[in-house]
Design a protein around this ligand. Structure first.
Ligand SMILES: [Zn+2]
Length: 242
């Protein structure tokens, strides 16, 4: 009798494990962007683990470049910047016109590859759809304050180094629509209407793609830009969306 009970429990346990495995495998096949172990593909919709996979690209320049190329993004590799301190990078790319991306950056933008991959996904999945939704127009250009800058956080003389010190961040200042309208973080963040709604939507969308997103809601230092970076904090590291 006791052996029978034990056998029944073993069967139940086996069925439970098989059931869970089946659910996970089905999920991995139908929505690979929502499970942590599938490889990143920039052609997939944004999923629960897309942001972590992007930040996890880190210094794997080869894999990151392959992802951009496969997604049809045109880019140039930047010459490595090597220094004795915490600054510099060896995984920089500069967006080139044409290809699968249609938004121009003003001025021309070079960043660490994981930031570039995040920006491509942001354009396709967030910025252009939100532009259509709020203005019925394509976003033609993004104005920014740059990426690489050898400095500590907030330009202080001590403390943690900024992700900008490794080109692993970008500061987004404004969006220019195909019809010429301009939406800037400095002028249009506050208030009601389509422009503030658009800015909040692209900020929220960026939080699904970047390890750190800081907006005017965070502090006065960010009143005129959205800071986006791909800080590597490990598979389960914290993410900031402020
Ligand atoms: Zn920044």
């Amino acid at each position: 009798m006791r052996a029978l009970k034990q056998a029944i429990w073993v069967v139940i346990l086996f069925l439970l494990i098989a059931g869970v495995a089946l659910v996970l495998l089905t999920l991995a096949r139908s929505r690979p962007q929502d499970v942590p172990w599938t490889p990143l593909d920039l052609g997939q919709p944004i999923g629960a683990f897309t942001g972590r996979k992007l930040a996890g690209l880190g210094e794997d320049f080869g894999q990151c470049q392959a992802l951009l190329t496969r997604a049809g993004v045109r880019y140039d590799r930047l010459a490595p910047v090597t220094r004795q301190d915490q600054c510099g990078y060896s995984n920089g790319v500069r967006f080139m016109p044409g290809g699968a991306r249609t938004i121009g950056f003003s001025p021309a933008l070079g960043t660490a590859c994981p930031v570039a991959a995040g920006l491509a996904l942001w354009e396709w999945n967030i910025v252009q759809p939100e532009g259509q939704k709020h203005f019925g127009s394509r976003v033609a250009r993004i104005e920014h304050f740059g990426s690489y800058s050898c400095r500590r956080m907030y330009g202080r003389s001590s403390g943690d180094w900024s992700e900008h010190a490794r080109a692993n961040a970008v500061d987004i200042a404004a969006f220019v629509l195909a019809d010429g309208r301009r939406i800037s973080v400095l002028n249009d963040w506050e208030g009601e209407g389509e422009k503030p709604a658009f800015l909040r939507a692209v900020r929220d969308g960026a939080c699904r793609l970047f390890a750190t997103v800081l907006s005017p809601e965070y502090n006065a230092a960010h009143r005129d830009h959205l800071h986006l970076d791909q800080a590597a904090r490990g598979e389960m590291g914290w993410r900031a969306c402020r």
